[in-house]
Design a protein around this ligand. Sequence first.
Ligand SMILES: [Cu+2]
Length: 161
Amino acid sequence: MSGQAPAVAATVEIKLVQTPAGDAYFDPAGVRIAAGDTVRWVQISGFHSVTAYHPGNDNHELRIPASAQPWDSDILLADYPKRGSTFEHRFTVPGVYDYFCKPHEMAGMVGRIVVGDPGDGPGTRPFGYAPGKHWKPVPEVAQKAFPPVAEILQKVTVHVR
Ligand SMILES: [Cu+2]
């Protein structure tokens, strides 16, 4: 890769899915994008949120770059293509971003975005890396659901289901 930014920033789509059996997930669960790109989440079935792991979001563990802005879509309103079924966020700070779905975090509905190079920011650290902060821990079932950073770098897009 050259150090030059692409002339036109990309928009990458991630689906929010719930199967009739109740299985809920982001598809793809892992993506790699370039700084300046936008991710557009699209609610296909079920009701979901797209929420950054950040203390500003209900005291969750910080798992995005320290200088990046957190985001929280809250629960999206409808299935695509109805109004209120999508949410967009533009990523400008390189690093690893972990995020979750509020209704389904306990079911392991989490996702990971690598912007440019992963670096060594909060999203690359072990879960529970700062016990003194008393942040809400990432549930064990969610910890196991994140695609590894190395796999995202290798495949660019990682599907878990
Ligand atoms: Cu969900």
